[in-house]
Design a protein around this ligand. Structure first.
Ligand SMILES: [Zn+2]
Length: 356
């Protein structure tokens, strides 16, 4: 019991150090002691362990140091470990990448679905993960997966209807086949984690709206992912915006997805600005209720980053009080098509190293 607690404490302290280096970049041992509140002795001991594990390296002294013996900086090594990341959200294929500790893509692979669903689709995902593990150029820290559908806290896919998955324990299957730590989450949730960790933002309250074949959102509030009581937080694609409109795949009529998904934006003659205004009507209460700092759009820039984004921005500001909109930013994600892959890597970084 005592030993277990000591191990837990050590693991927690280790993640405090990694978290600081991950967020702030290289630091001296004294900086780390100040930032974490740990003693110099504890920090030196933990840094020694991390250097021995190959996760950190000594980076010499900062050039501007003029007085006294300059401190030696230590920093995370980007390629000390690699992560296998899968994005199962495209309509016709599964994509994957080897991602390093800084969220950089080192290798890619993909597989065409060719109509595969159910167990056949599970086999394709396992094969893709195995292929990427072989392609990794460093020890593999774990496997992260962003999947469409609702995923529970244990990584079981409760419902992903395009893949005909219901109650599929993809986490357990991948863990058994690859013998590595595995993390599976909804694609929009992984995307917002990518934005939070690697999107260059300082916001701790943000919503990322992912627009592709469907529409989904991920929410980080107070720096934590919001999952909801039934793991379905962010499912705003099926909020009805036009009861007289088009029948949706979910069975309802006139869902947001029926006007905002990429195929509908391309196929319809509805002006993009008017879609932006409808979206603003859906998001304004969310922005007001949660006092969000950023609304981030991820999807085809030719459709989103123009009239649609501007109308969305205008509409939200028109409909909430000044205190809610004063610092609001409505922008595109800089992570492009890799947003889910990078987010899948963040799941592993967070689960295995305690950083995000
Ligand atoms: Zn619907």
């Amino acid at each position: 019991m005592g030993k277990l607690l000591a191990e837990d404490t050590r693991r927690h302290h280790r993640s405090l150090i990694l978290q600081h280096l991950f967020a702030e970049g290289p630091a001296s041992r004294a900086d780390l002691a100040r930032a974490t509140g740990l003693t110099r002795v504890t920090v030196s001991d933990l840094v020694g362990g991390l250097l021995a594990d190959g996760l950190l390296s000594e980076l010499g002294s900062p050039a501007e140091s003029k007085v006294g013996k300059p401190p030696t900086l230590v920093g995370l090594l980007a390629d000390a470990a690699h992560i296998v990341a899968l994005d199962l959200s495209p309509a016709d294929r599964m994509t994957g990448a080897v991602v390093n500790l800084f969220g950089q893509v080192k290798a890619r692979a993909g597989v065409v679905l060719d109509g595969a669903t159910g167990e056949e689709a599970v086999r394709l995902a396992v094969g893709l993960a195995q292929e990427l593990r072989e392609a990794a150029g460093a020890p593999v820290l774990g496997v992260g997966v962003g999947t469409p559908g609702v995923v529970d806290g244990r990584g079981v896919i409760l419902d992903a209807h395009n893949l005909h998955w219901a109650g599929v324990d993809l986490t357990g299957i991948l863990r058994r086949k690859l013998d590595l730590p595995v993390y599976v989450a909804n694609d929009a949730n992984t995307a917002v984690l990518a934005e939070y960790a690697f999107g260059g933002t300082t916001a701790a309250d943000l919503m990322l709206l992912r627009i592709g074949i469907g529409v989904g959102a991920g929410l980080v509030v107070g720096g934590a992912l919001v999952q909801g009581h039934a793991w379905a937080a962010g499912e705003i694609g099926h909020v009805v915006v036009d009861p007289e409109g088009v029948r949706c795949a979910c069975g309802k009529t006139g869902c947001l997805e029926t006007i905002l998904s990429a195929p509908h934006l391309r196929g319809s003659d509805r002006p993009l600005a008017s879609v932006g205004t409808v979206l603003g009507g859906v998001l304004a209460p969310v922005v007001a209720a949660l006092n969000l700092h950023e609304v981030v759009l991820a999807g085809p820039p030719d459709l989103l980053d123009g009239e649609l984004r501007l109308a969305l921005d205008r509409c939200v500001r028109d409909r909430v009080m000044a205190a809610s909109s004063a610092d609001l930013v409505v922008r595109m994600s800089p992570l492009g098509d890799d947003v889910v892959l990078v987010g899948a890597a963040v799941l592993v970084l967070s689960g295995e190293l305690g950083v995000s």
